[in-house]
Design a binder for this molecule. Structure first.
Ligand SMILES: CC(C)(COP(=O)(O)OP(=O)(O)OC[C@H]1O[C@@H](n2cnc3c(N)ncnc32)[C@H](O)[C@@H]1OP(=O)(O)O)[C@@H](O)C(=O)NCCC(=O)NCCS
Length: 161
């Protein structure tokens, strides 16, 4: 059994997805009523598993020096145990190992506090236009309702609660 950064028992593991996980990731997201994305690449996902069962997933894309986090969802019975935090931490760690200088995320307003714990801040919403070549989320209609957040990858995030 591992111990998480929060000092609690951590029963999940996180790994990179492969194309072979594509069906499972897609059904997992559908089962949790996540919108079907027009742009989603399975190998960009990290998967959180408990005894081989998928309990959470989240993706990260890199283009030049810009990262984009998308596709985060945790199964209802496994929420509020730090899995979402760990999946986000893992994606930011991965980006820090690349030449990315900043990362963006589109968040509903009730998740802003969640991302702020990783150092994200409100970004100028007009920036969405420039990010269309990074991911189709930025041009798809639903994203108009989301808040654009950005983190400078040179800056350390706050420790988890
Ligand atoms: C958003 C989401 C991914 C968070 O996943 P999660 O695994 O519950 O995330 P965490 O456990 O890391 O953190 C969630 C909350 O639980 C708290 N928490 C973490 N570990 C905890 C523990 N052991 N005991 C009690 N609370 C805990 C965190 O402090 C956090 O609190 P906050 O919401 O007040 O900031 C999840 O709620 C979800 O799947 N929502 C639906 C999809 C969605 O909104 N995705 C985001 C798209 S941008």
């Amino acid at each position: 059994m591992l111990t998480s950064k929060q000092g609690i028992e951590q029963v999940w593991t996180i790994r990179r997805a492969t194309e072979a996980d594509s069906g499972e990731v897609s059904s997992f997201q559908q089962s949790l009523n996540r919108p079907q994305r027009s742009d989603s690449i399975c190998s960009e996902y990290f998967l959180a598993e408990v005894d081989g069962e998928l309990v959470g997933c989240a993706a990260v894309r890199l283009k030049e020096q810009t990262g984009y986090l998308y596709g985060l969802v945790v199964s209802k019975r496994w929420r509020r145990r730090g899995i979402g935090y760990a999946l986000t931490d893992r994606r930011l760690d991965w980006l820090r190992g690349t030449r990315a200088s900043s990362a963006f995320v589109l968040s509903m307003f009730w998740n802003i506090r969640f991302f702020k714990r990783h150092g994200f801040e409100l970004a100028d919403r007009r920036k969405k236009r420039d990010l269309g070549s990074l991911h189709q989320d930025f041009t798809d209609k639903w994203s108009a309702r989301s808040v654009l957040l950005v983190v400078d990858l040179g800056r350390p995030s706050s420790p988890p609660l």
